[in-house]
Design a protein around this ligand. Structure first.
Ligand SMILES: Cc1cc2nc3c(=O)[nH]c(=O)nc-3n(C[C@H](O)[C@H](O)[C@H](O)COP(=O)(O)O)c2cc1C
Length: 207
């Protein structure tokens, strides 16, 4: 069972495939946060994106930061613009992160720091993986960073402890509670995505 900070959350029966008011259904972006050669990140990200597609409340865009050469000096480049446009289209985010030296990868911080409005007044949830701590120390630090960007982080997260023993060769977690935990987190994220999308449309967020 993945270690989650899951509480009993109500699960909506209507997953709102249809438009919400006149603003349309919210869109979800799943971000692969690690970019190093030989990384594991695409495995949990692909699994979670599949769970999100099965949840069917939000169209899913799986974004791999390794596809973009984001400069650490925060210069504006065509890649920065391309990723910024993609992030701007999202109404909710799931950040998939490992733990590097008790924090999250520099690739993720660079991507976060390049943008501002793209994160504002939107919900963010986390899928983490690592050794004993399951990446939770990375997640706790990411909560602080996203607060600065006026994003709302979800209470529930999915964390895979000692992840090499958890994922099967086909990229599926062997833990029986993983699907349920993913659904609960997606339910929370969807509630916030709908609510904040409507709110942003009615009253643009001034920051
Ligand atoms: C630079 C570096 C630092 C790491 N530090 C930690 C750590 O503090 N805690 C932990 O649980 N795992 C740590 N690990 C192990 C990672 O959890 C593991 O390598 C994981 O596969 C990294 O994700 P990635 O493959 O997507 O890059 C570290 C790995 C790297 C490369």
């Amino acid at each position: 069972m993945p270690n989650t900070t899951t509480s009993q959350v109500s699960t909506h029966s209507d997953t709102s495939h249809s438009a919400v008011g006149d603003v349309g259904a919210p869109r979800l972006a799943v971000l692969i946060g690690s970019t190093r050669t030989g990384r594991f990140g695409p495995v949990p990200a692909a699994w979670f994106a599949e769970r999100a597609r099965a949840h069917a409340a939000m169209p899913v865009d799986l974004i791999d930061l390794a596809d973009y050469g984001l400069p650490e000096n925060l210069d504006d480049t065509p890649d920065v613009g391309r990723l910024g446009d993609r992030l701007a289209e999202a109404d909710a985010f799931v950040v998939v992160t490992p733990e590097y030296n008790h924090s999250f990868p520099a690739s993720l911080k660079t991507a976060i720091d390049h943008y501002h409005e793209q994160w504002q007044a939107k919900p963010v949830a986390f899928v983490s993986y690592g050794g004993m701590a399951g990446g939770l120390r990375a997640v706790e630090q990411l909560r602080l960073v996203f607060a600065e960007l006026h994003a709302v982080t979800m209470r529930n997260s999915l964390s895979f402890h000692n992840y090499p023993t958890v994922f099967d060769d086909d990229g599926t977690p062997s833990e029986s509670g993983a699907d349920t935990a993913a659904k609960q987190m997606l339910d929370q994220l969807h509630w916030w995505a709908v609510t904040l999308k409507q709110a942003r449309a009615e009253r643009p967020y001034s920051g």
